[in-house]
Design a protein around this ligand. Sequence first.
Ligand SMILES: [Zn+2]
Length: 162
Amino acid sequence: MTDSSDAGRCECGAAAGPLGECVDYYHAILAEEQADPEMYRWHTVVVCAYLLQHPARAHDRHLDGQFRMLQLYLDKGLDALLHVAAHQVGRNRRGARPGYDMAPLAEYAPLLQGGSPGPFRDGFCGLPFRDGSLVCDGYPAYGRRVGSIAAATVESWRNLTT
Ligand SMILES: [Zn+2]
């Protein structure tokens, strides 16, 4: 745990949960999903949502692609996102230009830069953690929670424009 005197408020605006701040939840997810292929299916959604809720930790030039990936996930579902994400990985491995191939993402709204739009309606500190696990009540429930965080993330960023 941190010893900072400004503990309790994360960049995203959320109060810490039992496991700590969002970053603690994020690291717990990354550690657990490494050993759990079923949980790992949501990896890209988790990373994109986390970085968009905490843009100070992200690379500015990737945020737009990450914002569009979340929109694709909400629009077309996890299998469609996994297909596009696998394509991105293969593309980067071949040494193509770094960053996202925007072709499958072109139909989605671009990200307007300009700080963080938090607080968000749903975030990482609300995830239940029981018996040392974030998927303690099954993958469908975990997937719904991650989806809710993704929806809240896109919603807040979109509201910046209106
Ligand atoms: Zn946070």
